[in-house]
Design a protein around this ligand. Structure first.
Ligand code: RET
Length: 274
């Protein structure tokens, strides 16, 4: 049971959550178009990363859509406030979505950074095990968020251990690859590290929200936090990876990547104006 079901909401609180959930799935639909349309800008061996971004978009689109419908069904206007119906709102859907998205997001990183062979399979396995371990222990803990009894804190801590393990792996993969990357891709690769660090930290923040801010406003803050985290960790992250894939492809001499680089000076009017 989630704290969302404990409160009544005024018009602003109720609508804010409704809007923010809608923003979430609308951005995923937009991302889907972007990733499919720009897939060809990278060399074939990196194109799987775009396909995987599209997979993440579809899965998140449906999850956020369902969540948004749940929000609508779980509360009804009684003349003064939005109050509970007999439908429960549940953040558990998010955790199910992460079990698809977290492993897929991490594997994309290996593809784009050009990790191959044994290192690819080893990191792949550790990402899947670490990711699922983090998600399902957190999933077990969130059932206890209302009274915040021992399992909430214990599962939260176990989940955090998996999370730290993943962060170390991601840092190793990114910083261990920098020297091999063309100069043009190193900036975006470092940016991926900071993006992962900041955007992933928002999820434990949302988990802890009931302990920090146990009210209707806290619920609004939590759903905003989740949405910002979803947009940054899935869409912005995917865009950054697609930029890296294009830069690496261009450096490898893949003609469509060179052609598609909109920021590359080509002479003509822009050059003449300088
Ligand atoms: C939980 C439980 C409390 C402790 C920690 C957690 C971490 C969750 C994370 C989720 C990331 C999800 C992503 C989804 C993208 O689609 C499970 C909330 C540390 C880091 C990136």
């Amino acid at each position: 049971m989630n704290v969302e079901n404990l409160f009544g909401y005024n018009v602003i609180q109720y609508t804010l959550v409704s809007h923010v959930l809608t923003l979430g799935f609308a951005v995923m639909a937009a991302g889907l178009v972007y990733f499919l349309a720009t897939r060809g800008s990278a060399a074939p061996r990196y194109q799987l990363a775009s396909v995987l971004s599209a997979v993440v978009m579809v899965s998140a689109f449906f999850e956020l859509w369902v969540l948004s419908e749940r929000w609508r069904q779980a509360f009804t206007w009684n003349g003064t406030a939005y109050v509970q119906t007999d439908v429960l709102f549940s953040n558990g859907y998010r955790y199910m979505n992460w079990s698809i998205d977290v492993p897929v997001l991490l594997i994309q990183l290996l593809i784009v950074l050009g990790i191959t062979g044994r290192a690819f399979h080893l990191n792949w396995a550790m990402f899947v095990v670490g990711g699922l371990g983090m998600i399902y222990t957190g999933y077990a803990g969130q059932f206890y968020e209302v009274d915040r009894s021992a399992p909430y804190w214990i599962w939260g801590l176990v989940s955090t251990a998996f999370f730290l393990f993943l962060l170390v792996l991601v840092a190793r993969v990114i910083f261990g690859s920098l020297a091999r990357l063309p100069e043009s891709a190193r900036g975006p690769a470092r940016a991926v590290w900071w993006l992962v660090l900041v955007s992933w930290l928002l999820y434990p923040g949302a988990y802890l929200m009931p302990a920090m801010w146990d009210s209707a406003d806290g619920v609004v803050a939590r759903q905003i936090t989740y949405t910002v985290a979803d947009i940054t960790s899935k869409v912005i992250y995917g865009v950054l990876l697609s930029v890296i894939a294009r830069k690496v492809s261009a450096a490898e001499g893949y003609a469509p990547a060179v052609e598609d680089d909109v920021a590359r000076p080509r002479g003509g009017i822009t050059a003449a104006a300088r």
